[in-house]
Unconditional design. Structure first.
Length: 343
């Protein structure tokens, strides 16, 4: 008999840390974690199995299918935006081919188990693309169905995988006979910028705020790669994990959409810098915009409309901007004074 588990890919990343902790604390599910890097030992101790491997490894996925029955798959593995721009073909392989491998695996398990496997997919604000700052200002809070014109390979792959998920959920093998139970239960969250106190930023184009606070807390200089007036939406990591858990537990017939916006606050980079300096007066934060990365961030909305998530599955953030700083980031990161006052 296959063992009933939840699968978490990309388990060693920012979302994976919080998600595995949340799942382990609930005690309801056994967890199988998969990552191309060795799992953090604390995380590994909370899992039934921690596997070192790639979502592109077909033999590995076949072994997993032979051993486990996946009730839910949290597919977090991806090549992030900045690195992806340097290696777009590799990014397509990881982000699209890897996702397609897992969607197919979930659909196969649905067919033999008679139960639609839940497939949770973190998408991104990068699926949006606005042509210039004037349009960005005029557009205001962007709805899920607007401005889906990504300018990065990361955004393109996320948008395409959302469509693949919608196909596997609603139209999989639509010309086949006997489709009483087929496809999967695909659910996606379009995350804004995420801010974590637990893990260091890992190269995302939206990481300018978390990089700023992590550097300040450690007494290091930080040159922000966007302008002071740059504004996009953000979410504290505990809210990001809670949103994923809420979406997973919502009845499928309550969902009017397969991909949902969520957000909490959207300060400009300069406003966030000022709040950090209020709390850490020795912080040394300057602005040295990188024109290419700046252009990418400028194509993303200043804010998103998350009314569908609020109405369909009860989403509301618990952390506003000041709570994120005072109740989560500052105590979570810890402030390390610079030796001899020198940074």
């Amino acid at each position: 008999m296959r063992k009933a588990v939840v699968l978490v890919t990309g388990a060693n990343g920012e979302i994976g840390h919080g998600l595995i902790q949340n799942l382990a604390e609930s005690g309801r599910e056994k967890i199988v974690a998969l990552d191309v890097a060795a799992l953090d030992p604390v995380l590994a101790s909370r899992c039934s199995e921690a596997i070192l491997g790639s979502i592109l490894d077909g033999a590995l996925l076949d072994r997993l299918v032979s051993q486990y029955e996946f009730k839910t798959i949290y597919h977090l593995a991806a090549m992030l935006s900045t690195r992806a721009e340097f290696t777009p073909v590799a990014a397509h392989d990881v982000n699209v081919k890897g996702t397609l491998n897992l969607l197919g695996m979930a659909a196969e398990q649905t067919e033999w188990s008679g139960r639609r496997v839940k497939f949770l997919f973190p998408s991104s604000i990068a699926v949006y693309g606005l042509p210039d700052l004037a349009t960005k200002e005029q557009a205001g809070r962007i709805h899920e169905k607007s401005w889906n014109l990504p300018t990065t390979i990361y955004g393109c792959t996320k948008a395409y995988c959302e469509h693949l998920g919608r196909y596997f959920a609603n139209h999989f093998k639509q010309l086949s006979a006997g489709r009483e139970i087929s496809g999967i239960d695909f659910r996606s969250i379009r995350y804004p910028g995420l801010i974590s106190a637990v893990t260091m930023p890992s190269g995302g184009t939206s990481d300018f705020l978390p990089e700023m606070i992590h550097a300040a807390a450690r007494g290091r200089r930080y040159a922000c790669f966007v302008r002071e007036d740059t504004r996009i939406p953000f979410l504290a990591m505990p809210d990001a994990i809670r949103a994923l858990a809420q979406l997973e537990s919502a009845p499928e017939d309550h969902l009017s959409w397969r991909s949902y916006n969520v957000t909490s606050f959207n300060p400009s980079a300069g406003e966030f810098r000022d709040l950090v300096i209020e709390r850490l007066p020795d912080a040394d934060i300057t602005f040295v915009p990188d024109p290419k990365r700046q252009a990418i961030v400028d194509s993303w909305p200043a804010d998103v409309n998350d009314v569908s998530a609020r109405e369909d599955w009860g989403w509301t953030p618990e952390y506003d901007l000041e709570q994120t700083l005072d109740d989560y980031l500052i105590p979570g990161i810890g402030v390390v004074p610079a030796p001899n006052g020198v940074r």
